[in-house]
Design a binder for this molecule. Structure first.
Ligand SMILES: Cc1cc2nc3c(=O)[nH]c(=O)nc-3n(C[C@H](O)[C@H](O)[C@H](O)COP(=O)(O)O)c2cc1C
Length: 355
């Protein structure tokens, strides 16, 4: 209710400053108990009990400063990162742009983050106090792929973050790290997933190690043959869930003055492509692998459509900029009404119903 009133003040700030301010304010929030499971919206996906299906997408909280508090805003889970093995500054500013007329964002942040060692320490401290579901998104340092260390960076990430993560996301789809998206090609993906799965290891009680589920996050800019290849690799290597999708390098018609900025586009103009790719993966995979739908989701209707198209869970980021911090709460309330309208008593009955 309040957000439309204060939004002009926030929009008067440079986008990256506004982001920093929102993180600072959230750090002041009390942590509170994790979200209570809603009987209609709760489900188990990849062995994890999600209290509701609405998650915070990676990139908002790269360093894990507030992820453990997002349930206070209605989120059922939060994904921090992308964290790279070594800290890195990211690209020069400005590198984050609001496209208000398009309800969109363009970013070329370039994985600015404080590195995995600092991230691990922070997550370890906060995790002990809190049972919220926290995913950790890992990537490669800027120069890693060119130096032939791409796979090694992910192995480092698994070794460092697996003990602390409820799930790990292998991010091979950010457009702002040179060579990263080439890891989506079949041969490269096979090599990467073999190494990641070996590093994660099994959940053998004898070794007492925590082996979290592995999620893979892909780009929306994929040809049908890429979809088939990625789907097959996920099954072959036992990936636990697929996140569809990251930002797009495509430029559908846009009205904002920032339309020409380089980087990944997210928000409303990504909606249709992200939904189309989700449907492609659902067709390729059927119900064999849970899907997480991301990209341009701003309303309960859009979240529900993504679920009916095959997503067990959804994530969002850009719409928070335009709709305010309580969007997850509103989407959950709307989802319950939509499920009831269609005669479902549980979200699990709606997943993939249109497929
Ligand atoms: C500023 C910004 C930074 C992002 N950083 C990351 C990142 O570090 N890792 C990642 O996997 N995705 C990142 N994303 C992508 C989002 O997680 C999400 O996949 C994408 O924005 C589409 O969802 P949306 O339309 O709801 O924003 C970023 C997005 C934005 C807008």
């Amino acid at each position: 209710m309040l957000y439309p009133l204060i939004r002009p003040l926030i929009f008067a700030l440079d986008a990256e400053r506004a982001h920093g301010l929102s993180i600072a304010l959230l750090r002041l929030l009390p942590t509170g108990a994790p979200a209570a499971a809603d009987p209609m919206l709760a489900q188990t996906v990849a062995g994890l009990a999600f209290p509701n299906p609405v998650g915070l997408a990676a990139g908002y909280d790269k360093d894990g400063l507030v992820a453990h508090k997002m349930h206070g805003l209605g989120f059922g889970f939060a994904e921090l990162g992308t964290l790279t093995p070594l800290p890195q500054p990211g690209n020069p500013r400005p590198r984050l742009f609001r496209l208000a007329e398009d309800r969109a964002v363009i970013n070329r942040m370039g994985f600015n983050n404080g590195g995995q060692a600092a991230g691990a320490e922070r997550v370890a401290k906060r995790r002990a106090k809190n049972g919220a579901i926290i995913g950790i998104n890992i990537g490669a340092n800027k120069d890693a792929t060119a130096a032939g260390r791409g796979v090694a960076d992910y192995v480092t990430g698994v070794a460092c973050m697996a003990p602390l993560a409820d799930y790990l996301t292998v991010n091979i789809s950010s457009p702002n790290t040179p060579g990263l998206r080439a890891l989506q090609d079949r041969a490269a993906l096979d090599a990467l997933l073999s190494a990641v799965m070996a590093a994660r290891g099994g959940n053998a009680p004898s070794n007492g190690r925590h082996a979290p589920p592995i999620f893979l996050k892909v780009a929306p800019d994929l040809e049908p043959a890429d979809v088939e290849d990625i789907a097959a690799a996920c099954i072959d290597h036992g990936v636990d869930a697929l996140i569809v999708s990251n930002t797009t390098i495509a430029r559908p018609p846009l009205r904002s003055v920032h339309a020409g900025e380089a980087g990944g586009l997210s928000g409303a103009p990504l909606h249709d492509a992200a939904l189309a790719r989700l449907k492609d993966f659902r067709r390729a995979l059927g119900p064999r692998l849970p899907l997480i739908g991301v990209g341009g989701i701003a309303t309960a209707d859009q979240a529900y459509a993504r679920i009916r198209a095959g997503a067990s869970l959804i994530q969002l980021y850009s719409a928070l900029v335009y709709e305010g911090p309580y969007l997850a709460k509103r989407i959950n309330a709307g989802l319950k009404a939509l499920l009831a309208r269609d005669g479902f008593s549980s979200i699990t009955q709606a997943v993939g119903i249109d497929g």
